[in-house]
Design a protein around this ligand. Structure first.
Ligand code: KIV
Length: 271
């Protein structure tokens, strides 16, 4: 028996209300129309065009090289695939840190040209003024704390963040400042579950965890990680819900064999 869920468009206020109801937020990334459409049909609440596109789609070593133009291109494609999920696009490295004016122009392009409904940016209190400006002109913002991949060169690697009392306290303070600046949600990446639980309890806006344990108001993963498509490395927090990489390799090898053996195409597959 197949059950068709009656789904409503997820908006920013609707997403915030999920925290009040105690309903978990399910979020994933997408960079293209087809995958976005699958995620929407599966009932995901939020789809992020993450700057992780730099690594898992474009093959870069870090998220830093991806450009605003490229994120706009991917956001447009994802827009065409979504009906109900909230579409959020990442502001890539150096597209918002220079000044609030730069952030307004570039976040505005993600909405105007890409069709995003909100943007995500990395960083703590230093981003407060920028967030205020964006929110004032009607651009909803998600914050991102903990392991912020655009700062990989400063971190020197992908280590656990907020692992000590002082850094955990600082992260909590930064989260409160982001909330005061007007974010409607905060992504918490690779921090201890106890720290994420405290941040989640203190904040009114939802927390969306990635490697931040089970107490966040929602979870996000890179879709290519959770489908087993990106096999280069697998952090502990990634659960593979499929082995799509293996499936594609096997299907491609089977195709190759049949072509080489003259078994594809058959008469039935010919005109
Ligand atoms: O770029 C990205 O995909 C992200 C998420 C995984 C949170 O920032």
């Amino acid at each position: 028996m197949s059950v068709t869920l009656e789904r409503k468009k997820v908006t920013v206020p609707a997403l915030m209300a999920m925290k009040q109801r105690g309903e978990k937020i399910a979020a994933l990334t997408a960079y293209d129309f087809l995958l976005a459409n699958f995620l929407d049909e599966a009932g995901l609440d939020l789809v992020l065009v993450g700057d992780s596109v730099a690594m898992v789609f474009a093959g870069h070593e870090t998220t830093l090289p991806i450009t605003l133009e490229e994120i706009i291109y991917h956001t447009r494609a994802v827009r065409r695939g979504l009906k109900n999920a909230l579409l959020v696009a990442d502001l890539p490295f150096l597209s918002y840190q220079v000044s609030p004016e730069q952030a307004v122009l570039n976040a505005g392009r993600l909405l105007k040209e890409g069709g995003a409904e909100a943007v995500k940016l990395e960083g703590g209190s230093i981003m407060a003024e920028t967030i205020r400006r964006l929110v004032q002109i009607g651009i909803p913002v998600i914050g991102h704390l903990g392991l912020t991949p655009q700062s990989i060169n400063a971190f020197g690697g992908y280590a656990l963040q907020a692992a000590h009392e002082a850094s955990a306290r600082r992260l909590l303070e930064e989260a409160v400042q982001l909330q005061e600046a007007g974010v409607f949600a905060i992504v918490l990446e690779k921090i201890p579950a106890t720290v994420a639980r405290e941040v989640t309890q203190v904040l009114k806006v939802p927390t969306i965890g990635i490697g931040a344990g089970p107490h966040c108001d929602g979870q996000i993963l890179v879709t290519h990680d959770m489908l087993g498509l990106f096999e280069k490395f697998k952090p502990k927090f990634v659960r593979r819900f499929a082995e799509a990489g293996k499936l594609i390799r096997e299907a491609s090898a089977a195709y190759r064999e049949e072509v080489k053996a003259g078994k594809f195409p058959t008469e039935q597959e010919s005109y």
